[in-house]
Design a protein around this ligand. Structure first.
Ligand code: ZN
Ligand code: ZN
Length: 330
């Protein structure tokens, strides 16, 4: 397997590692690094030091065992096809949300961004690499049928974003369920995935949420065509998984907590709008399975009320008094 590492990533890892060794009294590697660095200072003028320092960091990245650790994590997954048949370049992510693997359009090489937090935490790094490796395995499998260029909906960007969130979450459940089956899932991830799933399909009700989560988690891998169907609505989800549509959904309590995610745009909100009949009609024209009891944030309400999303054909376009709170920007 061909793995390569960005210079800044090597530098970040080696610096953090040496600091930790110094702190815990293991002075051999830090001393060796310092004397090599001193030789660079003596031998090279300031404007010629970047290349030898990059080489030094790379050498220590290997010496301290990081190269081996990455290779081991990439190759170790039992029960999955062996090596990924493509080169992978690791670079540094500046935000945790940027972490993850990306396959180029030709599916010939992989780029993998990692945040320093994951580099310093072996358990977290192991989970990240294993999780992303399974995603990539799916992407490379023609039977999975993934096509990133095809939108999930022909609706507005808001609904495309929501459907993409759902797609990612359903796929993540399947990936992490597979990791659990080979005993490679860290504690707490299952609960976290269950919470993400519940937040994205809020009308299912507790019992159906539990059953569907269990089916997705423990069942066979769902392929792109199924995932595309399941993200469309709770009805589609139940139909694909052969779970009864009735019961458990209507009347289920939806907890509109301050700071909870808006079911439409997915952003945390402290300002829930009050859905009037008109607003409800407009939202339902785009999200048929949304229920007023799920709520929506004021920003989304404003978008619908101010006509930034189309009103359903033949419906009244006026705002009414009940929508006033939602129409006031915060
Ligand atoms: Zn994932
Ligand atoms: Zn919203």
């Amino acid at each position: 397997m061909q793995l390569s590492f960005d210079s800044s990533l090597c530098e970040e890892v080696v610096d953090a590692d040496l600091k930790e060794r110094t702190r815990s009294g293991k002075s051999e590697a830090p001393a060796a690094f310092r004397s090599a660095a001193d030789r660079i200072y003596e031998k090279h003028p300031p404007n010629k030091r970047a290349a030898p320092f990059n080489a030094l960091y790379r050498r220590f990245f290997g010496l301290l065992g990081y190269k081996d650790r990455f290779e081991r994590l990439f190759c170790e997954l039992e029960g999955f096809p062996g090596e990924l048949p493509l080169p992978c370049h690791f670079s540094r992510a500046f935000r945790v949300e940027e972490e993850g693997a990306r396959l180029n359009a030709e599916k010939t090489c992989l780029s993998f961004r990692i945040h320093p937090l994951s580099l310093l935490d072996e358990g977290r790094l192991a989970y990240l690499i294993r999780h992303e490796r399974i995603h990539v395995q799916d992407l490379l499998d023609p039977a999975f049928g993934h096509d990133e260029t095809r939108p999930l909906s022909d609706g507005s960007p808001v609904s495309e974003d929501l459907l993409r969130d759902r797609y990612r979450t359903l796929w993540d459940l399947s990936v992490d369920g597979r990791l659990e089956r080979i005993d490679r899932l860290p504690e707490g991830v299952r609960d976290q995935r269950a919470a993400e799933f519940g937040a994205l399909f809020r009308t299912l009700g507790q019992e159906r949420t539990r059953r569907i989560f269990e089916t997705l988690w423990s069942g066979p891998r769902r392929e792109d065509a199924d995932l595309r169907q399941m993200v469309l609505s709770t009805e589609h989800l139940c139909e694909v998984l052969a779970v009864s549509v009735s019961g458990g959904g209507e009347g289920a309590d939806v907890d509109l907590r301050a700071g909870g995610p808006c079911p439409l745009c997915r952003f945390p909100t402290f300002d829930w709008a009050d859905p009037s009949e008109d607003l409800t009609r407009r939202v339902k024209a785009e999200f048929p399975d949304w229920r007023p009891s799920e709520g929506l944030c004021s920003q989304c309400a404003n978008r619908y009320l101010l006509g930034m999303t189309p009103a359903p054909a033949g419906e009244c376009c006026g705002q009414d008094g009940g929508s006033l709170k939602a129409a006031i920007p915060v």
